[in-house]
Design a protein around this ligand. Structure first.
Ligand code: PEP
Length: 251
């Protein structure tokens, strides 16, 4: 039985005071023993603050990005997977569409980041999804398959035990346009079938999150689909009440 996960991607939002208020409000709003997993992904400079404030709460902390190089080295501006694990992160996002589009991250680079995370015991959240023009051209499944196929060049089935996939149609991110539950379920079922071709257990146990304008008003319907195991939430995760309501919808 897969447990659901609701993850809040705070992107490059907030300052120390605002993040502090959001963390305090989250602690007050969220149930102390939720039946779903919950995580927040602050900007890297606030990860330590989040870990301190959320200590003893059921909310885990993740990073929005990770360096593709292992170990230490002359990689100015980068944060390694080992450093994230060292300060207490549990998750890391790899391949968010904003990083693919704005920073030119390729499928292969994204998978290297997944590997770095797995190597140090972090749980990677691998984002995949098609653009609006790709959907209109009927290429959704082809694009998602290509993004997933990059995994097999660098990772074995055994490596992928803790992988989480987030299906995030690019046209639904930050736009207020949400995939319908049927559209999302179709792609989630496809993603599960891609993994099933490699290993039935991996496929059955792997959590697949939906992301793209999730809010309290649409979360319950999305999360009730057979292959949707929670959500990766952007904008709505910056409001403690809205995010808590989304977490409750997953319960
Ligand atoms: C995201 O950034 O991963 C996301 C899904 O954003 P939003 O919920 O704002 O669409």
């Amino acid at each position: 039985m897969r447990s659901k996960l609701v993850a809040g991607n705070w992107k490059m939002h907030g300052d120390r005071a605002a993040i502090g208020e959001l963390l305090t409000a989250l602690k007050a709003e969220l149930p102390s023993e939720p039946s779903v997993d919950i995580a927040v992904f602050p900007s890297s400079v606030y990860i330590n603050d989040a870990i301190k404030v959320l200590k003893g709460s059921p909310v885990a902390v993740g990073a929005q990005n990770v360096c593709e190089y292992a170990g230490e080295g002359a990689y100015t501006g980068e944060v390694s997977a080992a450093m994230l694990a060292d300060v207490g992160c549990r998750y890391v996002i790899a391949g968010h569409s904003e990083r693919r589009a704005l920073y030119g991250e390729s499928d292969a680079l994204v998978v290297t980041k997944v590997k770095r995370a797995l190597d140090v015991g972090l749980t990677p959240v691998l984002c995949v999804g098609e653009s609006e023009s790709e959907r209109e051209a009927g290429q959704t499944l082809e694009v998602v398959a290509r993004q997933l196929n990059a995994l097999w060049d660098q990772l074995s089935v055994a490596d992928l035990g803790s992988l989480i996939v987030a299906y995030e149609p690019v046209w639904a991110i930050g736009t207020g346009k949400t995939a319908t539950p049927e559209q999302a379920q179709q792609v989630h079922a496809f993603i599960r079938s891609v993994f099933a071709e490699k290993d039935a257990n991996l496929s059955n146990e792997m959590r697949i999150l939906y992301g793209g304008s999730v809010k309290a008003a649409n979360a319950a319907e999305l999360f009730s689909q057979a292959d949707i195991d929670g959500g990766l939430v952007g904008g709505a995760s910056l409001n403690a009440q809205e995010f808590s309501a989304i977490c409750r919808a997953a319960e």
